[in-house]
Design a protein around this ligand. Structure first.
Ligand SMILES: *Cc1c(COP(=O)(O)O)cnc(C)c1O
Length: 397
């Protein structure tokens, strides 16, 4: 194992990954954003305002909850859930949305755009735009709009304009293309609140930093409660923001192992999945160099997952780097395994997780029984499952 660097270089490289692969017209906006973010990071007024919003508006700190019945059921390691599902709007996404809306205000940009997959990032963005009185436009794939109708209605009640994107597979990748097209056209008045640790520099670093609060709290909470660090961290990985937010504050703690769980869809051999580290290759997509699902000519392949939030062809560049270093390992859970975990957590703990989160829970059900009762796992409970109930009912009830 190689000890990873904790920050990217000045142009956003995590080892050979990351960078700024964008049209010329966006370069100056990205440099301005990176510079403004550096200033904000060291501005105590900015940090205090963000901390106040995270506390009073979003509901931080979130509990670190000992899942007693799940632990007993699996008869292995002790399982703690980091309850991001209890945040306002129902997932970790609000941490990043609040940080970025404060940056947009600092830069004098009053029009906000975003892409969304499952709709959770769109809801978080529409929420902070309403809170700060900004115009808000959300791009969403038409396929995702169908499977996440509840979140579409929420965004509209929050005053956002939701624009359906019908190109290609009509999911997240196409929504990001449209958002980038909008940004190129309106860059002087508009800030793009990107929703995961993805895209061009400075987004992967900045989004990660806004989510580090997850790991910082979890580390403090477990030390208070158990007087030692956990043995294992588990999180699902779409772009990778909830995972990197939990993992990053523990990277120097070499006794703590970490596993990111990708979407295995209908199985790797079926080709219908979104597990970029299972047969993916190095490439460039939407601003960043990283592992992605593409054919030999570099054409992006179709992806599939039961959870819209994990259904994306590229993984955040820092995850590619942490995998190379051997610091974090990556596995996957299939749709069926995630659905079973969704049902298990609901029945046994009284917590209905998001289908994305259910991938992390599914992995825990495989690994916890192989660990001793003295060992401890913290799993990122990244979101709640209200948005997924109708879809899960179709498959399970
Ligand atoms: C969006 C989302 C994810 C996936 O995004 P990451 O950036 O990988 O965290 C996971 N869980 C929930 C609940 C989400 O809403």
């Amino acid at each position: 194992m190689r000890q990873p660097e904790l920050v990217p270089d000045a142009r956003g490289h995590f080892g050979p990954y990351g960078g700024m692969f964008v049209p010329e017209t966006l370069m100056s906006a990205l440099h301005d954003l990176a510079a403004e973010y550096e200033r904000a990071k060291h501005d105590s007024e900015f940090q205090e305002e963000l901390a106040g919003l995270l506390r009073d508006f979003a509901g931080r700190p979130t509990p670190l909850y000992l899942a007693v019945r799940l632990t007993n059921h699996l008869a292995g390691a002790k399982i703690y859930l980091k309850r991001e599902d209890l945040l306002h709007t129902g997932a970790h996404k609000i941490n990043n949305a609040l940080g970025q809306i404060l940056l947009a205000r600092r830069m004098g940009k009053h029009r906000i755009i975003a892409e969304t997959g499952a709709g959770q990032h769109g809801v978080a963005t529409a929420t902070v735009a309403a809170r700060f009185g900004c115009e808000c436009v959300i791009y969403m794939g038409a396929t995702d709009m169908e499977r996440q109708a509840l979140n579409v209605a929420r965004m509209r009640f929050l005053g956002a304009k939701v624009i359906p994107v019908t190109a290609g597979q009509a999911t997240l990748k196409e929504a990001i293309n449209e958002a980038m097209r909008d940004w190129v056209t309106h860059v002087r008045t508009t800030h793009y609140i990107l929703g995961s640790a993805l895209g061009s520099h400075p987004y992967p670093m900045m989004v990660r930093d806004f989510h580090r609060v997850i790991g910082v709290e979890a580390r403090r909470q477990i030390l208070e409660r158990e007087e030692r660090l956990p043995d294992l961290l588990v999180a699902c990985v779409g772009g990778g923001s909830n995972a990197i937010g939990l993992f990053h504050p523990f990277l120097d703690d070499l006794s703590v192992r970490m596993i990111g769980v990708e979407a295995g869809g209908e199985g790797i051999s079926s080709g219908r999945h979104a597990a970029r580290f299972q047969g993916g290759r190095l490439g460039v997509l939407q601003g960043t160099k990283t592992f992605l699902l593409a054919n030999e000519d570099g054409q992006i392949e179709l992806t599939h997952s039961v959870s819209a939030g994990l259904d994306y062809a590229a993984i955040g560049p820092e995850h590619s780097y942490l995998r190379d270093c051997g610091r974090v390992t990556y596995d996957y859970a299939t749709d069926d395994e995630a659905l079973a975990a969704f049902r298990l957590l609901a029945e046994i703990e009284g917590i209905i997780p998001a289908l994305e989160t259910a991938h992390a829970i599914a992995h825990v059900t495989k690994i916890a029984p192989k660990m001793s009762r003295e060992e401890m796992i913290i799993v990122s409970c990244s979101g709640r499952g209200d948005k997924d109930v109708a879809q899960a009912a179709q498959r399970l009830l």
